[in-house]
Ligand binder design. Structure first.
Ligand SMILES: Cc1ncc(COP(=O)(O)O)c(C=O)c1O
Length: 417
């Protein structure tokens, strides 16, 4: 028997022996569509408008290298050692300063839990609050990574409609009423109020407190995810929901978009009465957040002008967003519409009802451009007529070229509709 056949047979029988051992939860664990296209995006010659990667080239990499080296040679015994499960006190204090830049001025370091990216804060939230079958309300569309986390905990993610001003309060009330009528237990509303991933939509100021009040009235916690909040294009900041509602909102933040995702440092700001459970659940998974990375971040927040770096990012991303909007205007056929984000990384494209964007991905790749089909960002399995374009990691010239390549693919789909 050829060696490969033997290996294949062995694998088949190993899987046969172990499949029945898998948990019910494991059946729900799946790869995110964003990760699916990650490898494709790396192919030379393709313009990737798929991944929401920050543009790290504008960081002071040489100087950061020196800082990292000083931390290891000067404080290596601390930096390479286990640390406290909640994160270093220095970083938690600095995180409070970062949140103060977004109008959250009453945060205390005791209530900050440093996590392995904000992704792991979402995981902890689902673990701490949800039994299988419990409902988490989500925006439609919403962040695919959160959907995957919720599904892994057998959570029933239920979409609430948005319009150009974000979640629609009346829709939220209606969905809550409907779900309660079906005897569902609703635990949380997961929301990305500012510069939503994938849509780029921002919850209007006048809706913000109403959304919280509706949730409060129904004893539903809010899980506010705000990794893009500091990356606004205009001067007017949007006040996070947490700023005026310390007891009703679990707030998650991240250094992934304002510094670097490779460090895997995010955080949760948790209401006092929930802090201990949240912290213990986080510690049970990661023991402690990476000490070296926390020390590097602390040095960055202490010794560098991180606010000026954010201003640089804001300018850069605004320029790229404008380049994408100009290209869409220039190349897109009639019948295609898109959002106009006030910050963040993404533009959301809408095709007419009846067009499914998933099969268009291969045609787009053949045309030399990659996007993420809209279905990835919805808990529903229905065909989806949206797609996400990211402008964060690609030059303005490449953005224009990518949109130019995409236009005929969409045009053909419209003609076939
Ligand atoms: C809305 C949103 N939340 C959370 C995350 C995860 O970020 P982190 O790298 O902090 O885990 C992302 C990453 O793309 C995101 O877009």
């Amino acid at each position: 028997m050829p060696a490969e056949t033997e290996v294949a047979l062995e694998r088949a029988s190993a899987s046969h022996f172990h499949d029945h051992l898998l948990s019910d939860r494991a059946a729900n664990i799946k790869q995110s569509a964003v990760r699916d296209v990650f490898d494709i995006s790396m192919q030379p010659g393709l313009v990737s408008l798929a991944g929401g990667n920050p543009y790290l080239q504008s960081l002071p990499l040489d100087r950061l290298g020196e800082t990292a080296s000083e931390i290891i040679s000067g404080h290596g015994l601390e930096a390479l050692q286990y640390g406290g499960g909640q994160g270093t006190l220095e970083l938690r204090r600095q995180i409070c300063e970062v949140m103060a830049a977004e109008s959250i001025t009453d945060a205390r370091p005791e209530n900050v839990i440093v996590t392995a990216g904000s992704q792991s804060a979402q995981d902890v939230a689902a673990k701490v609050f949800c039994n299988p079958g419990d409902v988490i309300l989500v925006e439609d569309p919403t962040y695919v990574g959160a959907l995957n986390t919720f599904e892994a905990y057998q959570v029933d993610a239920q979409a609430v409609m948005m319009d150009d001003d974000g979640l629609i309060p009346e829709e939220l009330e209606r969905r809550i009423g409907e779900l309660k009528g079906e005897d569902k237990t609703i635990k949380m509303l997961y929301t990305i109020p500012s510069f939503n991933n994938p849509s780029g939509i921002t919850l209007a100021r006048e809706r913000r407190q109403r959304i919280v009040d509706i949730c409060k009235a129904h004893a539903i916690l809010i899980l506010e995810d705000n990794p893009y909040g500091l990356l606004r294009f205009g001067d007017d900041a949007f006040r996070p929901l947490r700023a005026d509602n310390p007891d009703d909102v679990i707030y998650t933040g991240s250094f992934s978009k304002i510094f670097g995702p490779g460090l895997r440092i995010g955080w949760a700001l948790v209401p006092q009465h929930l802090q201990r459970k949240f912290y213990l659940a986080s510690e049970a998974v990661i023991l402690c957040p990476p000490t070296l990375n926390q020390m590097l971040l602390s040095a960055y927040l202490r010794d560098y002008d991180w606010k000026a770096q954010i201003d640089t990012y804001r300018e850069l991303y605004k320029e790229r967003c404008d380049a994408m909007l100009d290209a869409l205007e220039k190349y897109m056929p009639d019948g295609v519409s898109w959002t106009r984000p006030a910050g963040g990384f993404f533009i959301w494209i809408t095709m007419p009802d009846g067009v499914d964007t998933y099969p268009l991905l291969q045609q787009a790749i053949d045309a030399g451009v990659v996007f993420i089909p809209g279905a990835a960002f919805s808990p529903s399995d229905e065909p989806n007529h949206n797609l996400r374009l990211a402008f964060s990691a690609v030059s303005s010239e490449d953005i224009a070229e990518g949109v130019r390549r995409l236009a005929p693919v969409l045009q053909e789909a419209l003609a076939a509709d």
